[in-house]
Design a protein around this ligand. Structure first.
Ligand code: S3P
Length: 429
C-alpha cells in the first residue's frame, strides 16, 4: 500500500496511542503459564501481539475478548502447555520468537517456531546458545543461528550467564526458561534494558533479586495478574517528534507509559533543547507503571551526541530521532547503536538510504549515524523495507517536509500501530 503525505497547515489534537507492545506480549505470555485467570485491558492490537496470541492459543491457552476493545481474559494453564499441532508463526515479531523460545525450552514437547522473511533473517543464536547451555535441545538453520527453530524442551539446568548484548528479549527469554530450571538463574547485563518482565514476574510472585546490572531469578510458579497496559511510548514518540518539527503544531498524547527503562526519547529530545515544547502533564502511576500525558508543540532543536547507556532505553526511537535531527541546528551523532542493524530492517542502512532521498545530510557508521541538520526535508518516494518503525518515521518526516512524500509499504505500520494513518489524518485535519 502506498500513502501520500503532504505537510498540513497545522497539526493539532489529542489522541491515545495503542497499548505498549512489550507489556502486551508479556501480559499474555506470563499469564498463559500462571495458575489461574487474569484480565488484560488496553492490549495492543498490532500484528506482533496478535502473533504471540496465536502461538499461545495453538498451545491450548484461552484468550477470550471481553467486549471492550483491548480487553481479554487469559486462562492460565499453570506451567504445562499443550504440544502445538503445527508450526508456531511469530510473523514479524522478534519479541514473540525470542520470549516463546525461552518458554518452550521448559516445555516437555516438540515445537517449531517460524516467522516472516525479516524475522527469519534476524539473529537467534543469542537465545539458542544460552538455552542450549541450560540443556534445551534446539536446532535452527545456519548452525542454529536462524529460524525456523525446532525446540524439544524439558528439564533445564540453571546457569550464570554474562549477556553479550543489552537485550530485553534475550533477558526475558532466559527468565522464562529460568522459571523451569533446577536452581537460580543469574544474568549479568552489559547495560540496563527494558525491565517489564522483571516488574510483571515480581507482581506474579516470582522471586527476583537485582544487584545493579545482575539479576537472579529463582524457579517457581506464577500467580495470575490483571494488567492495565499503558500507551506505547515507542508509538507516542512519532507524534512527539511531529509536534516539535512541524511549524504550527500542538499535539497531546494521553496515557503514555514512562517506565524509566523506556523513556530515553524524552531525555534525548530535552537534550536537543525541546524545553517547554515537550511537556509531561498529569503524571500518575497506573498498573505499577509511571504514566503521563505528553504535549508536544512546535519547537527548535539542536544537534547532540548520543551514545552509551541511553541507547538501549530508546533503541526503537532512533529512526524517528534521526528525523528530528534533520530539522535541528547542527550535527547529531548516534553511536553504540550497532543493534539497529539487526532490527526489523538494518535500521542504520535503511534510515540513511530513505532520509537521503528526502535531502537529508546523513551518513552511516558501523554503530550509528551522523546527521547534519539541514533545516528541512523535501518530499520524495520512499520505502518501508518491511519495517513498521521506518514507515512511520518517514511519515513524520513527510508531515514537515516541503512537497509530497509517497511511502511504499505503508501497511507495515500495522505491526505495532494499526490506526497510525487514521491518527495522522486526525491530527492533520
Ligand atoms: C523488545 C526489546 C527490544 C526492542 C523490541 C521489543 C521487548 O529488542 O527493540 O522492539 O519487548 O523486549 P532487544 O531487547 O532485542 O534490543
Amino acid at each position: 500500500m502506498d500513502k501520500t503525505i503532504r505537510r498540513p497547515q497545522s497539526l493539532s489534537g489529542a489522541l491515545a496511542v495503542p497499548g505498549d507492545k512489550s507489556i502486551s506480549h508479556r501480559s499474555l505470555i506470563l499469564n498463559a503459564i500462571a495458575g489461574g485467570t487474569a484480565t488484560i485491558t488496553g492490549l495492543s492490537d498490532g500484528g506482533d501481539v496478535r502473533s504471540t496470541a496465536g502461538c499461545l492459543r495453538a498451545m491450548g491457552v484461552s484468550i477470550e475478548p471481553l467486549g471492550e476493545p483491548g480487553s481479554f481474559r487469559v486462562g492460565g494453564r499453570g506451567s504445562q502447555l499443550q504440544e502445538p499441532a503445527d508450526m508456531l508463526d511469530a510473523g514479524n515479531s522478534g519479541t514473540s520468537m525470542r520470549l516463546l523460545s525461552g518458554l518452550l525450552a521448559g516445555q516437555d514437547f516438540l515445537a517449531v517456531l517460524t516467522g516472516d522473511g525479516s524475522l527469519r533473517s534476524r539473529p537467534m543464536g543469542r537465545v539458542v546458545q544460552p538455552l542450549q547451555q541450560m540443556g534445551a535441545s534446539i536446532m535452527g538453520r545456519q548452525a542454529n543461528t536462524l529460524a525456523p527453530l525446532a525446540i524439544r524442551g524439558g528439564s533445564l539446568r540453571s546457569i550464570e550467564y554474562a549477556m553479550p548484548v543489552a537485550s530485553a528479549q534475550v533477558k526475558s527469554c532466559l527468565m522464562l526458561a529460568g522459571l523451569a530450571a533446577d536452581g537460580p538463574t543469574v544474568l549479568r547485563q552489559p547495560a540496563l534494558s527494558r525491565d517489564h518482565t522483571e516488574r510483571m514476574m515480581s507482581a506474579m510472585g516470582a522471586r527476583i533479586e537485582t544487584d545493579d546490572l545482575a539479576l537472579t531469578l529463582y524457579p517457581g510458579e506464577l500467580n495470575p495478574v490483571d494488567v492495565a497496559v499503558p500507551g506505547d511510548i515507542s508509538s507516542a514518540a512519532f507524534w512527539m517528534v511531529a509536534g516539535l518539527i512541524h511549524p504550527n503544531a500542538r499535539v497531546t498524547i494521553t496515557g503514555v507509559g514512562l517506565n524509566p527503562s523506556r523513556a530515553g526519547i524524552i531525555d534525548a529530545l530535552q537534550m536537543m533543547g525541546a524545553g517547554d515544547a515537550l511537556r509531561l502533564e498529569n503524571r500518575r502511576i497506573e498498573g505499577g507503571e509511571p504514566v503521563a500525558d505528553v504535549v508536544a508543540s512546535s519547537g527548535s532543536l539542536q544537534g547532540i551526541e548520543l551514545g552509551g547507556e541511553i541507547i538501549p532505553i530508546m533503541i526503537d526511537e532512533l529512526p524517528v530521532l534521526s528525523v528530528a535531527a534533520c530539522f535541528a541546528e547542527g550535527v547529531t551523532t548516534i553511536r553504540d547503536a550497532a543493534e539497529l542493524r539487526v532490527k526489523e530492517s538494518d535500521r542504520i542502512a535503511t534510515t540513511v538510504s530513505e532520509l537521503s532521498r528526502m535531502g537529508a545530510d546523513i551518513a552511516a557508521r558501523d554503530d550509528g549515524m551522523v546527521i547534519r541538520g539541514v533545516g528541512g526535508l523535501a518530499g520524495a518516494d520512499v520505502e518501508s523495507h518491511q519495517d513498521h518503525r521506518l514507515a512511520m518515521s518517514l511519515a513524520i518526516a513527510g508531515l514537515a517536509a516541503a512537497g509530497d512524500t509517497v511511502i511504499h509499504g505503508a501497511e507495515d505500520a500495522a505491526v505495532s500501530y494499526p490506526v497510525f494513518w487514521e491518527h495522522l489524518d486526525t491530527l492533520a485535519g
